[in-house]
Design a protein around this ligand. Structure first.
Ligand SMILES: *[C@@H]1O[C@H](CO)[C@@H](O)[C@H](O)[C@H]1NC(C)=O
Ligand SMILES: *[C@@H]1O[C@H](CO)[C@@H](O)[C@H](O)[C@H]1NC(C)=O
Ligand SMILES: *[C@@H]1O[C@H](CO)[C@@H](O)[C@H](O)[C@H]1NC(C)=O
Length: 383
C-alpha cells in the first residue's frame, strides 16, 4: 500500500518534470477560440508562434469579449460547454447590503485575475513554452483537460459575481493587466495552489459577512464555489506530489488580505481604471517574508517592508481555524524584523498568513487582524 502510493506520487510528480515533450494535442482549436485569429494586445503572442515564452503582461479582453458583462448568448453557451455546466439561473436577491456588494466585487476581481492566469498557463503548456513541457502524454492530456475546464469555470464564476454587481446598479468589475511571477510549470502550479488557498480562506469570511448582513440567500452559491476551488486545489497539490487535502481545517482569511495580495503580486499598477478604486477595501503596504517556503520546524523568519513601520507592535500569524498567533518582533534594520515562527507547537502546515500589526492583540479572528494591519499579507506555505 505504502509503496504503491509512493509510486503513484512519483508518477504524478513527473507531471512537473521538464523534458522534451511528445506533441499530441488538439489544442490549436481551443487556443484560436480563446484568442481569436490574433492575440489581444499584450497577451501571449500568436498561438502559432514557436515556443519561446512571452513575459509581457497579460492584457484583456479574450477573443470572446471576456471579461465584458454583455457577452452574447452564443459566447456564454460556448463557455458553459467548456465548463461542463451553467451559470445559476435563479433570480438575484431583492436587496443586498453594500458590504456584500463589496464582497461580490472582490470575487469578480479575483476570478478575472484567475481567468487571466489559467488562460496564460494553458497557452504556455499547449505551446510547449520552455519550462512548461510535459514528458508523459497521459499527464499532458490530463493537465490540458483540467486547465481547459478550470479556465471556463472561472469565467463563469466571474460573470456570475459581476452580473450580481451590475444587477444592483454598480459598474461591473473590469480586467487589469497582470504579471505572473513564474516561468515553470512547477512554479505555476505552486502559485495556483497558493492563490487558491487564499481564495479558500476568504470565501468563508465572505459567507460570514452575508450571514451578518442578512443576505443568507447568497451563502449556498458561494459554498458551491468553495467546494469547486477545493477540487481544483486537490489536483494542483497532487500534480506537485503532495497529499490532495492539506489540512483538517483550511486557513481563514479576511477580504482586505486577498484584495491587497492580488494588487501587490499580480496587477500592473494603474492598469485597472475604475475597478480597483470602486472596491471598498484597503490595499496594505507589502510585507516580504524569508524564507517563504520554510522547512516544517520552529524557526526565526525575517520580514521586511518598505512602508513606515514606526507603529509596528507585533507580528500575527493566521493558520487553520485557530485564534491568530501574536509574536514579538525584533527590529534588525530599517523596515526589517525577525520573529519566531512557532511551527511545532501549532502544526502550521498549509497556508499561513502573516501581518505586521499596530497592537499586541489579542485578535479574535482574521478580520480583527486586518483592522490592525500596518503591512501584509506575507504568505508562508508548508506542504
Ligand atoms: C507563461 O510563460 C511566460 C514565459 O516564460 C511567463 O512569463 C509567464 O509567467 C507564464 N505564465 C504562467 C501563467 O505560468
Ligand atoms: C458590449 O459592450 C461594448 C461596449 O459598450 C460594445 O462595444 C460591444 O459591442 C457589446 N457587445 C455585445 C455582444 O453586445
Ligand atoms: C531545510 O532542511 C534541509 C535539509 O535538512 C536543509 O538542507 C535546508 O537548508 C533547510 N532549508 C531551510 C530554508 O531552512
Amino acid at each position: 500500500m505504502l509503496s504503491k502510493s509512493i509510486a503513484t506520487f512519483a508518477t504524478l510528480a513527473a507531471i512537473v518534470s521538464v523534458h522534451a515533450a511528445p506533441v499530441a494535442s488538439s489544442s490549436s482549436n481551443l487556443l484560436s477560440k480563446l484568442y481569436g485569429s490574433s492575440s489581444p494586445a499584450g497577451a501571449p503572442a500568436a498561438p502559432t508562434e514557436a515556443a519561446g515564452g512571452d513575459t509581457t503582461p497579460f492584457v484583456y479582453p479574450l477573443s470572446n469579449g471576456f471579461p465584458a458583462n454583455n457577452l452574447s448568448k452564443d459566447s456564454i453557451a460556448a463557455i458553459q460547454a467548456q465548463a461542463f455546466g451553467t451559470i445559476p439561473n435563479g433570480p438575484a436577491p431583492a436587496s443586498l447590503a453594500n458590504d456584500d456588494i463589496t464582497s461580490l466585487e472582490l470575487i469578480a476581481f479575483n476570478e478575472i485575475f484567475e481567468v487571466a492566469f489559467f488562460t496564460d498557463l494553458l497557452y504556455n503548456v499547449t505551446n510547449k513554452v520552455p519550462g512548461y513541457e510535459v514528458s508523459n502524454d497521459a499527464d499532458y492530456q490530463q493537465l490540458v483537460a483540467t486547465i481547459t475546464a478550470v479556465q471556463a469555470q472561472e469565467e463563469l464564476h466571474a460573470l456570475f459575481a459581476n452580473s450580481a454587481v451590475a444587477a444592483f446598479g454598480h459598474p461591473a468589475i473590469q480586467g487589469c493587466a497582470y504579471n505572473f511571477p513564474v516561468s515553470t510549470l512547477k512554479d505555476a502550479l505552486s502559485l495556483a495552489k497558493l492563490f487558491t488557498d487564499v481564495v479558500l480562506g476568504v470565501l468563508p469570511n465572505i459567507q460570514s459577512h452575508f450571514a451578518a448582513n442578512g443576505d443568507a440567500a447568497l451563502i449556498p452559491g458561494v459554498g458551491s464555489v468553495i467546494g469547486q476551488e477545493g477540487e481544483q486545489n486537490g489536483y494542483y497539490r497532487t500534480a506537485l506530489g503532495l497529499v490532495p487535502s492539506a489540512l483538517p481545517f483550511l486557513t481563514a482569511s479576511s477580504r482586505a488580505f486577498a484584495f491587497s495580495a492580488l494588487n501587490q503580486f499580480f496587477v500592473i499598477p494603474g492598469s485597472c481604471q475604475a475597478s480597483v478604486s470602486q472596491i471598498n477595501l484597503p490595499i496594505f503596504p507589502a510585507l516580504a517574508v524569508s524564507p517563504a517556503q520554510p522547512n516544517a520546524t520552529t524557526q526565526t523568519l525575517t520580514f521586511s517592508s518598505s512602508s513606515d513601520c514606526s507603529k509596528a507592535a507585533a507580528l500575527v500569524y493566521i493558520n487553520q481555524q485557530n485564534t491568530p498567533i501574536v509574536v514579538d518582533i525584533t527590529q534588525s534594520g530599517s523596515g526589517v524584523f525577525t520573529a519566531n515562527f512557532p511551527y511545532s507547537d501549532n502544526l502550521m502546515n498549509g497556508l499561513t498568513i502573516a501581518a505586521l500589526v499596530s497592537s499586541k492583540g489579542p485578535f479574535a479572528d482574521a478580520d480583527a487582524v486586518a483592522a490592525a494591519t500596518i503591512a501584509g499579507p506575507a504568505f508562508i506555505e508548508i506542504n
